[in-house]
Each structure stands twice: as C-alpha cells, then as structure tokens.
Write a protein of this length. Structure first.
Lengths: 112, 410
C-alpha cells in the first residue's frame, strides 16, 4: 500500500477531486496548509507599507492507494492540478505498512 | 433659557450615536491587530466606557465644565459627585443630557490612543493610564476649548474636537509609545491585519456615529446642526477618495484599508470645522486630509517609532490639518457664532489662533502623558509593558485568560 501526498494550489482542489473520483478513488483527506517552495511568498501592502509573506496558502491532499494504482493516482493529481506556472506544488508517494478500517477492523489492502 | 424639546431629543440621540463610536473604534483597530491580540484591543476600548463614565461623574465633568467661561486653565469642584447636575439647564437642553453627551467624547478620546500602544501594554497599566490621562489631560483641555477656557477666550474655534479630541489623543499616543517602546520584532517582522472585514465594519460604525459627534455638537436641532451633518458626510467621502488616489499612484493598488483610513482621516479633519464651513469646503478639507494622512503614516518607518495602527498619522496629523485649515475655510455664512477665515476676508488672525490652539494642546498632552507613563513605568510592580513571553503568546490569553477565536471543537 502507498500514501500519495500532494501539495497543490487551493483553486485546483475541485479539479483534482473530480479527476480522482472519475478514476475510482473512494476517499481522500484534505488539509489547508501554508508553505513555500521556489515560488517563495507574496507581497501584501497595508497603508503603503509592503510586507513579504513567506508562507502562501496551499491545500494538502492525502490518498491511500494500492501498490499498483499509486503511481496512476499521482499522475491524475499532477494532470488535474498543473497550471504550468510557478507554485503548482508537489506530489510524492511513500510506502505504508498497514491500514485498518476502524468500523470493521479490516486490515491491509481490504481496508482501502 | 427654557428647555427646547427638539434640541433635547437630538442631543439625546447624538449621545447614543457617539457612544456607539467606541465599539466601532474597537473593531476598526481590532481588525488591524494580529488574531492573538484582538480581545485585548477590544477590551482596552470597551473598558473606557466603564472607567471614564464613573470618573466623569465623580470629578471629570466638574473639572471640565465647572466654572464655565472662566477663561482659565481648568474648571472647579462645584459639580463633583454629580452635585447640581440634575435639574439644571445648559443652553436649551437639560444638564444631564449635556453631561451624557460630553461624556461620550471623554470616553472615545483616550480610546483613540489604544491604536498606538497596541499589542504590548499590560492591561492594568492601561487602566491606570486611562484614568490618569482622562483627569489630568482630557478634563483641562476640554475646559480650554469647550467650556470657555483660555483658548476659546482667545478666539480659537473647534466645533467638535479637532484639538480636544484628535490632536490631544494623537500627541498623547506619541508620548506613550516613546515610553512604551516598539513591539518586539517591529518593523522587521510583518504584523499584517488579521481581519479587514472587522476594520471596515468598524469604519462604518464610526462614520455613522460621527454624525452625532459633529452635528450633535451644535447642541441643538437647528441649521448649524444640519450644516455640520452634511459637511461630515462630504468630508468622509472626499477623504476616502483623496487617500485612494494617492495610494493607487504610490503603491499600485486601491486597498480596503486605504478606503477605511481615508474616510476616517476626512472625518477627523472635518471635526473642528463641521459647523463653521460651508459649500465645497468640506470636500477640499477631506480630500487634503486623506491624501496627506496617507503620506504621514509612513513617517513612523523613517523615524522608527512604532505607532502600530497609525494614531499619529491619522488622528494627530488629521486633527492638525482640520484645525489649521479652519483658519482658511471658516465662513460666517455657515454659522453666526463662527468667524471668517483667510479665504473669506477674515485675515490671518483666526489662522494664528488655530495654530496656537494646536501647539498648546499638542505640547500639553505630550508632556503630561510622557510624565504619566514614566511614573507608571517606575511605580507599577509589573511596569507598563507586557513581558516578551506575554507579547509572543498574545495579550488575549495572558491579560484576559480568553481567546478571540476558537475554531476547533473543545
């Protein structure tokens, strides 16, 4: 099993959600996060004074997937969230030792 | 004079309008601080409605309005503890109504200073500063101008408090922050506003209440009140435009905070002029104030004083602009009790008196406030400044054991 984690631009969330649902993904977890990469932050101006805000708002998506499906899920996210401009974010995949569905106690791939 | 019921009704309504300005000011400022200090800002303002009202009844009203017309520095003790207030008449309204109307001014004036000292003064230190400042600074200066004291006797004009309220609070704020020091991390660390919607709501409440502040200062429901009302309206609008035009040119975007700040700058500047000017004058005065105050708020970066929410840039500078421009724009066509300024053939005499009134108020307020703050800093067991940890954690939790926003269920 794999955990696919993506950091994307917030306005792309709906596109990514639709793409993953179309692909058959059953669930996902999203979190509003802040951070920066090569895009760095942005500038805000209050009463003529410029403030550099280092951390820009992003959305983090986490999806659990089968070993065979994880890379496809990651690709779907990349396709749906890409704008081609700086600040599009990142997707990464890590291995997961075990998953348990709390309601039924099912474990491993059955719990996905 | 007999009581006039129309006048009385209008001043009663105006008193409620002006009182509403203090929570409006609290929101105006509260939106501009960081989220961890919002309650402390609201509380510093709200608390003034408690403490100052009681002090007003005990001693301040008498110090400000006792022995009215004595051409002097301060009132007397004839009306301490509400003595001889009930049953008396002031002008054409019952004295208790006059008492309440003037009280609302005494509340919001020190509250204006909270924007400068934001995010770093201990609450108990603010309580002491608020009380002492109200008695030692506000009461005498109100007497000078509103109660036939020495400035009014010389011939200075101040319709609703350009000097008494705005220059007074602005100069006091400057003294207070020089003793208090800068917020830790300012100006390197960004401290942007946490909720401009609150600031815009507060601005709307201020604008609404300001009709009572200025038109109510006619102390009658008459022609002068009507002129003051319309002048107030136009100056706020022109102030907004003046600020936004300069802001758009100098920093690229017209901002909501700029619209709010410009409107307030216009309102501040028209305050001394409201019942003494007419025609297009409020638009010129408001637009000048909006444009100049935008430039004035950047002075703090050049001179390195942390006027956190620009009390000096907007209230001191705006108050000076309004008080001094009155020497140019005053027109007896607006008000028989007024004078003609330079533009209406009155010569430079009024202008000189206006400058003197500004300087006298600013110097007195600055010096006395500075002394009060130095004394409090040395006498209060915890000093006047929040500790580094309290400031970092937030004044809400450390001063009031509360938080302004709680999103997670708990």
């Amino acid at each position: 099993m794999k955990l696919v984690t993506a950091i994307i631009k917030p306005f792309k969330l709906d596109d990514v959600k639709s793409a993953l649902q179309d692909h058959g993904v059953q669930g996902m977890t999203i979190t509003e996060v802040q951070g920066f990469g090569r895009q760095r932050g942005h500038t805000e101006v209050y009463r003529g004074a410029e403030y550099t805000i280092d951390f820009v708002p992003k959305v983090k998506i986490e999806v659990l997937a089968d070993d065979g499906d994880a890379l496809t899920v990651a690709e779907k996210i990349v396709e749906a969230s890409r704008t081609g401009k700086i600040g599009d974010g990142k997707v990464w995949v890590v291995s997961v030792d075990n998953v348990v569905r709390i309601r039924t106690g099912e474990a491993g791939a059955d719990a996905l | 004079m007999p009581i006039d019921y129309g006048d009385t009704a209008w001043v009663l309504i105006s008193s409620a309008l002006v009182l509403f300005m203090t929570p409006g000011l609290a929101l105006f400022y509260g939106g501009m601080v960081r989220a961890k200090h919002i309650l402390a800002m609201l509380m510093q303002n709200f608390f003034a409605m408690g403490l100052v009202a009681v002090l007003w009844a005990v001693v301040m009203y008498s110090l400000a309005f006792g022995d009215a017309g004595n051409e002097g520095f301060i009132g007397n003790f004839d009306h301490v503890f509400m003595r001889d207030v009930t049953g008396a008449v002031t002008g054409t309204i019952p004295t208790p109504v006059f008492f309440a109307f003037q009280l609302t001014f005494a509340i919001i004036t020190p509250a204006l200073m909270t924007g400068a000292i934001a995010d770093r003064m201990r609450f108990s230190a603010w309580a002491w500063l608020l009380g002492l400042w109200s008695i030692l600074v506000y009461a005498p200066v109100a007497h000078w101008v509103f109660a036939g004291g020495w400035l009014a006797d010389r011939g200075a004009l101040d319709f609703a408090g350009g000097t008494v309220v705005h220059v007074n609070a602005g100069a006091g704020a400057l003294a207070a922050i020089l003793v208090l020091g800068r917020r830790r991390g300012w100006p390197q660390t960004p401290m942007p506003p946490h909720s401009l919607p609150l600031t815009l709501l507060g601005t709307g409440i201020l604008w609404f209440g300001w009709f009572g502040f200025n038109a109510g200062s006619a102390l009658a429901a008459n022609e002068v009140a009507g002129i003051a009302f319309t002048n107030t309206f136009l100056a706020a609008s022109a102030g907004m435009l003046g600020w936004l035009v300069v802001e758009r040119v100098k920093s690229g975007h017209p901002t909501t905070l700029g619209a709010a700040s410009g409107a307030v700058a216009g309102l501040v500047a028209i305050t001394p002029c409201a019942g003494f000017v007419t025609g297009m004058a409020p638009i010129y005065i408001g637009a000048i104030a909006g444009a100049v105050c935008f430039l004035a708020v950047s002075l703090k970066f050049r001179f390195n004083y942390d006027d956190s929410l620009d009390v000096i840039g907007v209230h001191l500078v705006g108050g000076i602009i309004g008080s001094v421009l009155l020497g140019l724009f005053a027109d007896v066509a607006a008000n028989d009790a007024g004078k003609d300024g330079v533009f209406f053939g009155g010569g430079w005499e009024l202008f000189g008196e206006q400058v003197l009134a500004v300087v006298a108020t600013a110097v007195y307020s600055f010096v006395v406030t500075y002394v009060i703050c130095v004394v409090l800093k040395n006498v209060l067991p915890g000093g006047i400044r929040a500790s580094e940890e309290e400031e970092a954690t937030g004044l809400d939790l450390t001063q009031h054991s509360e938080v302004g926003y709680s999103f997670a269920e708990r």
